[in-house]
Design a protein around this ligand. Sequence first.
Ligand SMILES: [Zn+2]
Length: 351
Amino acid sequence: MAEFSDIIGQEQIKEHMQNALKTGKISHAYIISGENGSGKEFIAKIFAKTIQCEEKEDRNGFIEACNKCHSCIQAESDNHPDIITITHEKPASIGVNDIRDKLRDDVVIKPYASEHKIYIIPEGEKMTPAAQNALLKTLEEPPSYIVIIILTNNINAFLPTITSRCIHLSIKPVQDDLIRQYLMEECHVVDYKAALCASFAKGNVGKALQLASNEKFEALKNATIELISKLKGLEIHDMMDRVHEILSPDEDDEKNSKNGIDISQLEDFLDVLLFLFRDILVYKATNEEEHLIFSDKLSYIKDVTQNCTYDAINRIIGNMEIAKNRISSNVNIDLALELMLIGIKETLWQE
Ligand SMILES: [Zn+2]
């Protein structure tokens, strides 16, 4: 059962919530912001469960829920009558009716069994201006027992009148080391894989967890490095055929693809290349394996280091950054990738 001691990083948020629990001064409205996968809902649910717990305990330096009382059991099974998650009818937006029916008209009903009644609004950025205005009415005169927790990946999506009435808690990227340790200790991920997933996740715990359990990512990584190691013998169209094979979207995932390329896979593909050549650079400078992200590809990394100058490796990394920029400024993806791969090929085998 998740509790405060399970939240990795986020010291500020933990401190704020713990203070509120200790003093009993729970605010009427919070906004928790952070990118998708960063743990907004996880943290909100722990906070809500602990607020409602009938037998809070002081454990490991935190005020924690007891995880045993009636309230905790209801909260754990998402069945607590006084912890309400606001769902919405349309996937793309939270409309005025959603807020009016499920929140504004509901707040007048007192809590069933607890001192507080907690509303969690996931994907708060999807609230239309009309929905936000409906919410504002409640925020202006909140009944004493209510706590509203808005979750969002974009704090700028709210009217200033909303943000000024909420306490804003922002989720920060978590250090790679903490994520790596967590994956190894709590999820039993092997060390090199944990390091790899932590590097790729860029501080996002949810993304790291997803990568660690995702076989597709492992396959993408291996296919990408294989492509680069065989670049020498490939003509341009062969290269691009392989790229399209590696990055082909799932049949049921059309919305995430562009020109037959899976966009989120493309991001990982470019990161694999960038991290690979950073590894090559690090190995050339130190001759040590322990700092490598792709320590499972050591023989290839050694091979390139022996045949490449610092200058060449730096040029390749520069090339990749240009490709990333081109793609983000909407240059044709195939063209950007083609230029990048030709650049890598020429640089790797010119000397
Ligand atoms: Zn409890």
